[in-house]
Design a protein around this ligand. Structure first.
Ligand code: ADP
Ligand code: MG
Length: 739
């Protein structure tokens, strides 16, 4: 290569008179510079100083802590407590760096219980502000006051009158850091951040009373009174609206191979509504942030609750101190935990169970709005509607297949029939016990099947299993959904698209056979009448559902199928947990995968399929077709509401055929979109968003983990488009190499 002359900038040229190429001399920084740099790290904003001071007061065993703030903390921060105070002899070194009463040897960190241990906070404050300490220890007649600058006392401590405890005052924070002071002066929210911080402390440390006020203000913005009830504390700090809509959660794990921890807390229920997540997290009594846990819980909320609200979460997690590394962040804002993934997963499961139960009871409340289907009162139109009429009458969306569109009932008309029984367990005991026993049950499913026809069907699955795909399924990593039906997977160096509808259908089919005659039940809160379900399905099969031409015929078919299913009700109940009562109502359906409830929009298709497609004569074929019908019902079909993140968005515009008329095609330009912004049916859109988010969550957290454990992919899946290999990394690398 030719040697290019170096380009010299004007600036460099100006200095080029100096001998170049000589490395600059390394010298030791002045101690005060080092300290100020370090101080800037520990005390990043006024709130960091408040946090350190309050933690010191807590460490000092205080029962009352009050905070006063002026000018967002830049002019004054004052924290007074009634703790044990500071010894006179310690005052000279109190604000030197690395002076602490809480830690001696490094090993002590493993078991440290106090908030502080670095001995840096007070020192840091003296490098970036003017610190004055007033303190009195037990049994003394008077206290002492002393001011500090750059780590040292400005004068000898002066005797003064003092009330029990310590008062630390910081004035003119960042007086010597012009840039930081300027940026902070422009931001008005430091005080509200401080109020938020004290609120968080007060709901955890309920044994301490806290107050926080602006300097000179008569009223405190946070004022908590020591109480024994956490809920009272939440009420007094966050208000009635939050306290009313939270429920208690708890989790526990004591299996060293997974994780050891205890969690208790309060989380918002389905009635709570907020735009921003509030997560108050204490780990071993330390106020910390854990974005992974926060995200994990938000995902559960988005997927489980019909109303897209951000949650309120208070959680206190206690682990053996040696499992927590508190020394990973200069402000101790974050900690790292042993077995973090396992703990998060565990908490996710508990939150989900809790939400599902509260969600069910919510659905149940809505249910009371609807009359029983046998209602005879004719006066009120709304109360007269039977479930089937209800859905079709109030249809809003120009997609004929859609049946769940009553805005009064956001979780879908048929969901009103669904009541998942809350798992029975002792109060306060972790829901985990239920989860674990369910897992155990799932691991030994074989013993149930003693009928030879079932054995044969299970053998067929084994013999027909594709070994290559089995490996893919067992060890694949789920990457995400590529479109409505295909998920992207990685296996080794290969990428695959996999059809989740086919996969889930097959998995459910196989699981029905494995669990044969040993199902838990999902109870419908109100039995659903078969004739109406069948009519609904038959009408949907029609090209024009409004056409009532063949209604008589349909009614006959519905009636015949109802009789047929009633005749076989005993067998359906005993072997498949599909319960049909004497009146011809569907009342229970089976749990095929734990933690999973099928989309109730598919119930009509399912009963029609039972009526039409099952071979009731031959035992093996009968079991196979019923299992297949269940498999199809429980499969993870795309929700009936079109996916709003794709072309489906068009369907949520108010007013029919808008797109076609305006543009002549389905792709809208940007300008058009902004004009139309207000014309979307936002309620329906958010329902659709939730349905799709819920499905995606279920695919990742229920379908894939279960598939890895149980699915035996049949040979047909290698050729029928269920798996499509889209790339192999080796080949991609080759391509990149050439570029
Ligand atoms: P750390 O908290 O890491 O020990 P700090 O600089 O925050 O370091 O505090 C230094 C020491 O000063 C503490 O170890 C404690 O002994 C003492 N101290 C600070 N604040 C108080 C207080 N409010 N009450 C009693 N002692 C205090
Ligand atoms: Mg401290």
């Amino acid at each position: 290569m030719d040697h290019q002359p170096a380009i010299i900038t004007e600036e460099e040229e100006a200095t080029s008179a100096l001998p170049r190429k000589e490395p600059p001399k390394i010298h030791r920084l002045d101690e005060s510079v080092v300290n100020r740099i370090a101080a800037g790290e520990v005390i990043q904003r006024p709130i960091s100083a408040v946090k350190e001071l309050v933690e010191n007061s807590l460490d000092a065993g205080s029962t009352s802590i009050s905070v006063t703030v002026k000018d967002g903390g830049l002019k004054l921060i004052q924290v007074s407590d009634d703790g044990h105070g500071i010894r006179y002899e310690d005052l000279p070194i109190l604000c030197e760096r690395h002076t602490t009463s809480k830690l001696s040897a490094f090993e002590d960190l493993q078991t440290i219980k106090s908030m502080g241990f670095r001995g840096e906070a007070l020192a840091s404050m003296t490098y970036v502000g003017h610190v004055t300490v007033t303190t009195i220890t037990g049994g003394q007649l008077h206290g002492y006051r002393v001011s500090y600058r750059d780590g040292v006392m400005e004068h000898q401590p002066r005797p003064c009158a003092a009330v029990k405890g310590t008062q630390i005052m910081i004035e003119n924070l960042f007086y010597n850091m012009t840039a930081r002071r300027k940026t902070l002066q422009n931001s008005a929210d430091d005080y509200s951040k401080i109020v938020d911080l004290i609120s968080r402390f007060s709901i955890h440390h309920t044994e301490v009373s806290f107050s926080c006020r602006k300097h000179g203000a008569a009223r405190a913005d946070v004022h908590s009174i020591a109480t024994s009830s956490r809920l009272d504390a939440i009420r007094s700090v966050y208000g009635m609206a939050v306290a009313r809509d939270v429920m208690e959660v708890a989790a526990l794990d004591d299996d060293p191979s997974r994780s050891i921890f205890k969690m208790d807390g309060y989380i918002s229920n389905s009635n709570y509504s907020a735009k921003k997540t509030v997560m108050v997290l204490f780990i071993n009594d330390r106020l910390v942030e854990c974005s992974a846990l926060k995200r994990a819980i938000e995902v559960v909320y988005a997927a489980t609750l019909p109303k897209a609200s951000k949650p309120f979460i208070y959680m206190s997690i206690v682990l053996p101190p040696e499992h927590v590394d508190v020394n990973v962040h200069p402000t101790k804002k974050e900690v790292s935990l042993l077995n973090q993934e396992s703990i998060i997963e565990n908490i996710q499961t508990v939150v989900e169970l809790k939400l599902r139960n509260c969600n069910t009871s919510r659905t149940f409340h809505t249910q009371t709005v609807y009359p029983s289907t046998s209602g005879t009162l004719g006066s009120n139109k709304n109360t007269q509607l039977s479930p089937s009429e209800d859905g079709s009458k109030s249809q809003k969306v120009p997609v004929r297949k859609m049946v769940r569109t009553d805005s009064q009932d956001p979780s879908g008309r048929l969901h009103a029939y669904l009541q998942v029984k809350p798992p029975r367990q002792p109060e306060g005991k972790a829901d985990l016990t239920t989860v674990r026993s369910a897992v155990r049950q799932r691991r030994n499913p074989k013993e149930s099947a003693d009928l030879t026809s079932i054995q044969e069907l299970l053998n067929d699955i084994d013999c027909n299993c594709h070994s290559g795909l089995l490996e893919v399924v067992r060890d694949c990593t789920y990457i995400g959904m590529a479109d409505d039906v295909f998920a992207l997977l990685q296996h080794g160096t290969r990428l695959y698209l996999a059809n989740v509808v086919n996969l889930s259908k097959e998995l459910m089919y196989q699981q029905v056979l494995h669990r044969f005659a040993h199902f838990n039940a999902i109870q419908l809160s109100e039995p659903a009448p078969l004739p109406e379900l069948l009519m609904l399905a038959l009408k949907e099969e029609d090209l024009d559902p409004e056409c009532s031409e063949n209604d008589d015929l349909k009614e006959k078919i519905a009636e015949m199928n109802t009789q047929l299913l009633k005749q076989n009700a005993e067998m359906l109940a005993e072997y498949f947990c599909v319960h049909i009562d004497q009146q011809g109502n569907l009342s229970k359906i089976p749990v095929i995968l734990d933690q999973y409830t099928p989309d109730m929009d598919h119930v009509p298709d399912f009963v029609l399929c039972l009526g039409n497609d099952v071979d009731w004569e031959d035992e093996k074929s009968c079991f196979q077709t019923i299992s297949a019908a269940l498999g199809n019902f429980y499969a993870m079909h795309p929700p009936l509401l079109p996916n709003p993140s794709g072309d489906g968005l068009q369907c949520y515009k108010k007013g029919k055929n808008h797109v076609d008329i305006k543009n002549g095609n389905a792709t809208n330009n940007l300008e058009d979109d902004t004009i139309m912004e207000d014309e979307y049916d936002h309620e329906l859109l958010s329902e659709a968003d939730t349905a799709w988010a819920q499905r995606e969550w279920t695919i990742q957290h229920v379908l894939f983990p279960s598939m890895r454990l149980f699915l035996k992919p049949p040979n047909s899946m290698s050729t029928n488009g269920t798996f499509v290999q889209v790339a192999s990394l080796e080949k991609l690398y080759k391509i990149f190499e050439r570029c």
